[in-house]
Write a protein that binds this ligand. Structure first.
Ligand SMILES: Nc1nc2c(ncn2[C@@H]2O[C@H](COP(=O)(O)OP(=O)(O)OP(=O)(O)O)[C@@H](O)[C@H]2O)c(=O)[nH]1
Ligand SMILES: [Mg+2]
Ligand SMILES: [Zn+2]
Length: 229
């Protein structure tokens, strides 16, 4: 009995991921055809994804034509915050869903005037685990950690660190008040992903923002190898 249950369940999960991958590939093709560089921003609840995007959008005014998709289980609060800095924001309500899926991104892209966009940010649902497994069609995955979560969170979330094209450590302004050893955090990241850039930032004070913006510009210009995992 147990054996039969196992053999029926595994193919079903695989089919879900395969279907997601097909839609993600179509999203990627659509974005690449238009030359739109896209970032899937993945981080824990409260790590500062929206705050970082607010600061980023503010800095990019007049320099770029961004759009933002933001996923949340409930409320439009993040969408409302981001809409202060960007004309094209779509809030995706996931209900009980703890990650974004490619079909939600496809539907949200249909709400956007893509002719007026050259950079797309996707704020994933606050969660360090399953968003990693769902390709959305993004050009790059950015893993956002914050000092307030503790220095062990990279080691405890290896799949995000391995898949990330960039690791951001937010809330560095809080370091003087926390028992957070930045060298421990960075050593854990290095073990999992030896070449990934690690940038310390503060969405609140703006520290490190220029380095993050420079990474974005470089990645958008060179077109990072599209991340598909
Ligand atoms: N001190 C400090 N606080 C920050 C920083 N970035 C964000 N915060 C605060 O952290 C809290 C959470 O920030 P959000 O931007 O809402 O975090 P989020 O990751 O978007 O959260 P969810 O969307 O709910 O997963 C807010 O109170 C922010 O003001 C930072 O760099 N330094
Ligand atoms: Mg948010
Ligand atoms: Zn999930």
């Amino acid at each position: 009995m147990a054996e039969a249950a196992r053999t029926t369940r595994i193919p079903l999960v695989e089919r879900v991921l395969e279907a997601n991958d097909e839609v993600a590939a179509a999203n990627r093709a659509q974005l690449e055809r238009r030359g739109i560089f896209s970032v899937d921003l993945i981080g824990a609840p409260g790590s500062g994804k929206t705050a970082l995007l607010e600061a980023t959008l503010r800095a990019l005014r007049g320099r770029r034509q961004p759009a933002v998709l933001v996923g949340d289980l409930a409320t439009r609060r993040d969408g409302d915050r981001l809409a202060r800095w960007c004309d094209q924001v779509v809030q995706i309500s996931t209900g009980q869903g703890c990650h974004l899926e490619a079909n939600q991104v496809r539907d949200a892209l249909a709400e956007i005037d893509l002719d007026a966009v050259d950079l797309l940010f996707i704020e994933n649902v606050g969660n360090l685990i399953c968003p990693v497994g769902f390709d959305l069609g993004q050009s790059a995955k950015v893993g956002l950690f914050s000092t307030a979560e503790g220095e062990d969170k990279a080691a405890k979330h290896p799949y995000l660190v391995e898949a990330a094209d960039l690791i951001l450590l937010n809330k560095v302004d809080l370091l003087p008040y926390l028992a957070f050893d930045r060298s421990f955090f960075e050593a854990d990241v290095r073990l999992l992903n030896p070449r990934v850039p690690i940038l310390g930032v503060s969405a609140t004070t703006g520290e490190g923002l220029e380095a993050w913006l420079a990474w974005l510009e470089r990645a958008a210009r060179s077109g990072l190898p599209a991340s598909t995992d």
